[in-house]
Design a protein around this ligand. Structure first.
Ligand code: GTR
Length: 373
């Protein structure tokens, strides 16, 4: 692999730039498709859910653990993925639920030995990112999918997943792996919405880092998500590309050539010529609630650029956010928009979840109060 230039990590080295204007949601989605992600997928599929395991979460009688197998079929081909679902064991009404992809397998999110673990994966290794009991105690469900089940994160293998269902000719702006992950989120939302224990109108999508990019693209394209949460999603996620701060297009498109539609790489080192920027991805989520979060030490993901993208998207919700982000460890909640920058490194922590749950309590408090397109 070619030697990549170092990242810009001082504000003084950020070029001056001007951002493209916000457009209609449809126009922004169209430009984001043709420049960055490719289409989410227009493939008509049928979904079949089988509950292959149901019990109480080990050590936590207040939590129901289920494992679902979802068959996705286009008629000729079927691709399956597994969903781990956690719900309150007692609830007299359908619960709101967070859906997010995980990096290390469903058995990485909790030490419960019943959870399916991919080969060579370590049980419970990502417990710190998934405070299952805390989320459920606060009245939310949680569902998660191992992202390799949707599209293996390898340049030469990512098509061996949901992409097998797509037509071979994907046109001039074929989707990349981020779009495959996002499509999987959208399909999972549909099967979750069909379960009577879950409130179909209060489904949130959340993602960390590359999976935050997928959560944002899923949230922008699928209005069925009532709340979108981006945790440290950075370049190709919430961070403005024109700032060229931290990871920039040259870095991401060289290291991960399979994530985006190929034309994105033609903008390497000429970000100012992009017809779009990431504030438009955020704005395409309006009028539904959106929370963006950064971590102070995560310069690779450009915390300031993530805030500035949210600020630039604000008018899509009729919101004028302050010029400066809230102080580290503080947070800003302006109606349907939220932001915080947590002290510490690139990660998804309980502290982040506390912010998301507090925010969800305000924007998803009662069924039916969420603005829709
Ligand atoms: C990095 C990548 C980031 C981010 C991160 C992650 O290597 O450069 O864009 O996606 O991985 O997903 O943890």
């Amino acid at each position: 692999m070619m030697d990549l230039p170092p990242a810009i990590v001082t504000e003084a080295d950020v070029p001056s730039y001007s951002l493209p204007s916000l457009l209609s949601r449809e126009a922004m989605i169209g430009q984001l498709e043709s420049t960055i992600y490719g289409v989410l997928s227009e493939t008509a599929v049928t979904l079949k859910t089988t509950i292959i395991d149901a019990g109480l979460l080990a050590g936590s009688p207040g939590v129901v653990r289920e494992q679902w197998n979802v068959d996705v079929s286009n008629g000729a081909t079927t691709v399956s993925f597994g969903l781990a679902v956690f719900l309150p064991s007692e609830s007299d009404q359908p619960v709101p639920l967070f859906l997010g992809l995980n990096f290390k397998g469903n058995g990485s999110v909790h030490s419960d030995p019943a959870l399916i673990l991919p080969p060579d994966a370590q049980r419970g290794v990502r417990v710190r990112r998934w405070p299952v009991e805390m989320i459920v105690e606060r009245g939310y469900g949680l569902a998660t999918i191992f992202y390799y089940d949707l599209a293996p994160d390898e340049p030469d293998q990512w098509r061996d997943g949901l992409a097998r269902l797509w037509p071979t000719d994907q046109g001039v702006d074929p989707p990349g792996a981020v779009a495959a992950w996002a499509w999987g989120l959208s399909l999972a939302r549909q099967v979750l919405a069909a379960d009577a224990r879950i409130d179909p109108d209060r489904l949130a999508v959340i993602g960390h880092s590359r999976l935050g990019k997928a959560a944002l693209w899923a949230g922008a394209c699928d209005p069925g998500f009532a709340l979108v949460v981006s945790n440290d999603s950075g370049c190709g996620g919430a961070a403005l590309s024109r700032r060229r701060f931290g990871e920039r297009l040259l870095h991401i498109n060289t290291r991960f050539p399979h994530w985006f539609t190929p034309v994105f790489a033609t903008y390497n080192e000429r970000e100012a010529e992009l017809p779009v920027d990431q504030h438009q991805l955020l704005a395409a989520i309006a009028p539904r609630p959106l929370y963006v979060a950064s971590a102070e030490e995560d310069l690779w993901a450009d915390p300031r650029g993530e805030y500035l993208a949210l600020k630039a998207a604000g008018p899509a919700w009729g919101r004028e956010l302050p010029d400066e982000p809230p102080p580290v460890a503080g947070s800003l909640v302006a109606g349907p928009l939220g932001y915080h920058c947590r002290p510490g490194p690139h990660d998804l922590t309980q502290e982040d979840w506390n912010h998301y749950l507090d925010f969800a309590d305000t924007v998803m408090a009662a069924p039916g109060n969420i603005p829709r397109d």
